[in-house]
Design a protein around this ligand. Sequence first.
Ligand code: AMP
Length: 397
Amino acid sequence: MPYALVLNSGSSSIKFQLVNPLAAATEKPFVVGVVEQIGEPQGAVTLKTQEGTFAVEQEIPDHTAGLQLAFELMDKHNCGPRQVDVIACGHRVVHGGILFSAPELINDQILDMIRDLIPLAPLHNPANIAGIEVAREILPDIPHVAVFDTGFFHTLPPAAAIYPINKDVAADYSLRRYGFHGTSHEYVSQQVPDLLGLPPAAVNQITLHLGNGASAAAIRGGLAVDTSMGLTPLAGLAMGTRSGDIDPGIVFHLYRNGMSIDEIDNLLNKKSGVKGLAGVNDFRALRDMIRDENEDAWTAYNVYIHQLRRYIGAYMVSLGRVNAITFTAGVGENDSHVRADALAGMETYGVKIDADRNAGPNDGPREISTDDSAVKVFVVPTNEELAIARYAVAFAQ
Ligand code: AMP
């Protein structure tokens, strides 16, 4: 059976999966693994296969060593690229700037273009490039395909993409709304017309990717027309550890009062959002705290929901007519309270949640609105790795 290797390389980790591109969305990948703590004294590779979970711990100096170790571990457990028919490798690339609107077959020129985008994603793109370079070295005979987190949002109209900032400065620094989580919003939104029994061109929809990172998108006839993330994935909804939208004046205020730029960056990306308000970023822990009537947890939850409702309201108005609202990712798929509270009291706008359907198990795409709800509400599990695998193997045929 042909498989795709899917790589998601971070600054100190590489997540990898071997995926059957023809698998159903709910099927478990053949292999799931992660290389962690690259560059630290004690690194680790963990591998989950159908036969169990395996791990090695040792120093992993760089991405090359990490991926090599991952391949050795896969080989040892009979699921490596030498035993399994790997026909393509898909790479998640965070920032495609305005250059990339669709997945690209990677060659030296494309790699240089991804390199040119490093100023827009100084933490993410270098790690993505490191993963691509290593994988091309180790697997030189298969197509390597870059799938961009920003690609789906290439269709944002100017009014949604342009920031009201001096246009010469914006041009000099490539400032505009790019949007992220594009693979997920695209994958999920493409399933909605079938669920509605309507042609894709006729569907206006809102997709809500609520994971540790979170973003909303407005999609008209299959094309993204607005999204909550911006130049970077820090904008928009309140998230697990990221602030989302705040007054940009807060940055100047903190800076002028003694915080360094790196400290502010760290504060807004890692120590804010739900974690900043309640001390935890996992919604299961937050729910336990709410049950214990912890006041900070309530505040964090209310702020999260308030921000979410603002975006839903804005997109309902800007789309004019909405056929469907869809929840996805860790929180969106699993937390029925978030879904109910995000859409509570919207009956006048045609949104009616069915409490029993909403409380049902997360076992595939499903409707959670009432039969007479004018706007249908769905939960559609996302599967970015499967989407990337499918893009990658398209270049192998
Ligand atoms: P993701 O980024 O899509 O992997 O989502 C991760 C987040 O989903 C976690 O940090 C949790 O907040 C949330 N999550 C995962 N499982 C559940 C669950 N069963 N109930 C509520 N939240 C969950």
